[in-house]
Design a protein around this ligand. Structure first.
Ligand code: UN1
Length: 499
């Protein structure tokens, strides 16, 4: 099945993608797989107005009914998992297994949101005044603008949109301009679900296909209550203050610089597998990819040579083929960044194994690379940066306190992990004085988080949370109600105010 076949089986007319001002290339071979028409400032403005109008209708629909729409969306995703998963691979270059896994995450968050639609619970609070009750009400927030990155071209939308819909919010989605086809296919599946549902207002879910300049209007627009943006820290530095200036809310999912600590008691076989998936899986292009390894000096001599052996045995190639573990980088820019990262690492004393472009003859217009291991004396400047490519920096540690200090010494705070069989180390790592990240795992790697947990991180990762747990609260506004059922009017704090 090529991209056209996928689009057809998803119910779209491939002809629609023959013209358009945005060319979409597959990272697998660099071939053009479609053309898409982008939004202008005018069409985007109309979409925002439409979403604002949809909010007026949608916020009054009971949440469990809103959940029914999301249930139907989940059904469409189940039916079309194979085609959409394959299209993800064709457009983004991740392994077919991972493309399918990404659609599975969409299905899972739909299930989660359907249940949630009957559980948007608020608190009741004990009032300090006689004859008074207090409670919290959760109400729909408004239009949600979702900005997603190429690396999870559809799942990130689903983590946001499934929650937003049950919370009573319309969504405008700006996908990466590298992956608009999967976004259009997903929007189409939403429309099929909405038709079956029959009560969704026009404009409940819309796409904004555009570059940064046009998208800036959405970020600045007061009619958009929440901007949920996934991407680089550089992007977040612009989006965050822009939305703050107009007192809007944000969920920021920015850079990660995720470390695994391997302690002397670790199950090294387990650790090796966890490191490998985290560091080279998805060609190092997850925000949760393992970028740093902090290894105890007693096991360094065993683990690192074993890891190098494992790296050498990895099959790099077409992500559609069975047995391949590492597909291409997204584009030439990503390759240039990887080369620059390795060059800087070498200049800072890094000892590099691997790296460099491969399969150039088979795929002259695509960017396949050898994942790189870089052994570092210390955590130098480059190790503090996120390079979105399969580079793993390895450092040695002597005592556990140092390992935690190294783990926490970078500006980002998304994901982290420790492999240890020492219960004190494990507990300490997940405690307030352990990892400072939004995700702190024990005996599993840094990537591949389940949808049931709140997903996001601290420091330059942006502080936002989406997906599971109580992340839904960011998509609603809270009102605290105090109700007096007496004929007295006692004031709080014992204040007397009488004539
Ligand atoms: C991302 O790379 O933007 O934890 C998100 C994971 C995925 C999410 C990654 N569930 O690896």
């Amino acid at each position: 099945m090529n991209a056209n076949d996928c689009l057809k089986s998803l119910g779209l007319d491939a002809k629609q993608f023959e013209t358009g001002d945005l060319e979409v290339k597959s990272p697998i071979d660099g071939e053009v797989i479609g053309r898409v028409q982008q939004d202008t400032a005018e069409t985007l403005d109309k979409k925002i107005a439409k979403a604002a109008a949809a909010f007026e209708v949608w916020k009054s629909v009971p949440a469990p009914e809103r959940g029914e729409l999301v249930r139907l969306l989940g059904e469409e995703l189940r039916t079309h998992k194979a085609a959409l998963g394959r299209l993800v691979t064709l457009e983004n270059g991740k392994l077919l297994q991972e493309g399918l896994g990404e659609v599975q995450e969409m299905i899972d968050i739909c299930d989660f949101a359907v249940g949630l639609s009957r559980q948007l619970y608020g608190l009741t609070i004990q009032s300090e005044r006689a004859g008074h009750t207090m409670r919290e009400n959760w109400h729909p927030l408004g239009v949600v603008g979702v900005i997603s990155a190429f690396n999870f071209p559809v799942a990130v939308w689903a983590w946001n949109a499934a929650l937003a819909f049950v919370c009573g919010d319309p969504v405008i989605w700006k996908p990466s301009d590298k992956t608009p086809l999967t976004a259009i296919a997903t929007q189409h599946l939403f429309e099929v679900a909405a038709k079956k549902f029959g009560k969704a207002p026009d404009g409940l879910s819309q796409l904004a296909i555009c570059g940064r300049k046009i998208a800036a209007a959405m970020v600045e627009d007061k009619r958009v209550a929440l901007i949920s943006a996934t991407g680089s820290t550089a992007m977040g530095r612009i989006v965050g203050p822009t939305v703050a200036k107009r007192f809007g809310s944000t969920i920021l999912e920015l850079g990660g610089n995720n470390a695994i600590i391997v302690a002397p008691t670790a199950d090294l076989d387990l650790a090796l597998r966890g490191i490998l998936f985290g560091a080279v899986g998805t060609c190092g292009q997850r925000c949760t990819s393992t970028r740093r390894l902090v290894v105890h000096e007693d096991i360094y001599g065993t683990l690192v040579p074993d890891l190098k052996k494992a790296y050498a045995s990895i099959t790099i190639g077409n992500p559609l083929e069975d047995g391949v573990l590492v597909g291409p980088l997204i584009d030439e820019g990503a390759f240039v960044d990887m080369e620059a990262g390795l060059k800087q690492a070498a200049s800072e004393g890094g000892e590099i194994t691997g790296g460099g472009r491969v399969l150039k003859n088979e795929f002259p217009n695509a960017y396949y690379v050898n994942p790189a291991i870089v052994e570092m004396e210390k955590q130098s400047d480059i190790v503090h940066n996120e390079t979105f490519a399969p580079i793993l920096y390895i450092m040695k540690y002597k005592n556990f306190e140092d390992a935690i200090a190294i783990q926490n010494a970078v500006p980002q705070g998304l994901s982290s992990a420790i492999f240890t069989n020492d219960v004190r180390e494990a507990e300490r790592f997940t405690s307030a004085t352990g990892s400072d990240c939004g995700i702190a795992n024990v005996n599993i790697g840094t990537s591949g988080a389940e949808i049931g947990g709140a997903f996001g991180g601290e420091k330059e990762t942006g502080g936002g949370r989406e997906s599971g747990s109580d992340s839904w609260k960011a998509y609603m506004r809270r009102s605290t109600s105090t109700v007096n059922y007496t004929s007295d009017l006692p004031l709080a704090q014992g204040i007397k105010f009488e004539t």
